[in-house]
Design a protein around this ligand. Structure first.
Ligand code: SAM
Length: 256
């Protein structure tokens, strides 16, 4: 899969592609990328990429000409082309899953007040927001998309890790523990040390339901829950729900 990122600040994005799991995925030929400096497509003496907004208002807008040339060279709109913008559709795991099926993705990073609408109308296929807040530019949003998408590609990380993650079954992930089993005065729940896989699976599902109900109740729809979950949902509701962080009393060991 190839990501083509159009930006005025390629250095912000470069470091991301040159580190850790992404670096290995690139070296292993699983992922390819190209960083396009939009300024390289400006033809005037000052390589100007922004201008005032017609009709007035604060701030500048990215000019159409350099963007149009850069996007033309990237193959847009024949190639799936995402403009990251707070006014786009809200990004989520299902969207990451869907976009991970593409072989080529172009991502346009905005700056200033955004980009001239004619570029969105003619070159962009999707407008995507990473959340209900405004960042100063699109590079971090582009990296959020790339990161959520590329790890779903075959061979990047193990399928088993992906299966148990938050959102994979419409639930948030259950709490996890590592050694030591007793830290300070806090012991991990007995069930996770029991070696009884059926009991562990049941405990994890119940904890996932409790956490989802507390933090993201809108995710809990009956059609995406595993069949065994409806009884557990009743147990969670009757049993007092989820321990908020900071409210677990020292010495208390279990969600049960
Ligand atoms: N005037 C724009 C608005 O009100 O919708 C905000 C422009 S913002 C200062 C500059 C750029 O940052 C945007 O063009 C976009 O590329 C990026 N950006 C900011 N917030 C974002 C978000 N929540 N999701 C995706 N991109 C975002």
């Amino acid at each position: 899969m190839k990501f083509t990122i159009l930006t005025l600040f390629p250095d912000i994005v470069r470091a991301y592609f040159e580190a850790s799991i992404m670096k290995r995925a690139v070296a292993g030929g699983l992922i390819d990328y190209s960083l396009v400096n939009i300024r390289d497509y400006a033809t005037d003496k000052h390589r100007k990429c922004d201008d005032e907004v017609f009709g007035g208002g604060a701030g500048m807008l990215m000019k159409p000409e350099p963007l149009d040339r850069a996007l033309e060279a990237a193959g847009s709109p024949s190639v799936r082309t995402i403009f990251v913008t707070p006014s786009g559709r809200l990004f989520n795991q299902a969207m990451a899953q869907e976009l991970s099926q593409e072989e080529n993705l172009v991502i346009l990073c905005g700056r200033y007040e955004g980009v001239d609408q004619r570029i969105i109308d003619t070159r962009v296929t999707d407008e995507v927001s990473i959340g209900d807040y405004v960042l100063s530019s699109g590079e971090i949003a582009a990296m959020v998309l790339v990161d959520a998408i590329y790890r779903l590609r075959p061979g990047v990380i193990s399928g088993e890790s992906l299966e148990e993650e938050s959102f994979s079954k419409g639930l948030l992930e259950y709490p996890q523990y590592t050694r030591p089993a007793l830290y300070d005065t806090i012991k991990v729940p007995d069930v996770v040390l029991s070696g009884n896989h059926a009991q562990i699976a049941r405990w994890r599902l119940k904890a996932s339901i409790a956490k989802t109900l507390a933090y993201r109740p809108e995710l809990l729809t009956l059609d995406n829950l595993p069949v065994e979950a409806s009884g557990l949902l009743r147990e969670v509701i009757d049993g007092g729900g989820w321990n908020e962080p900071g409210t677990v009393h020292r010495g208390r060991t279990d969600q049960e």
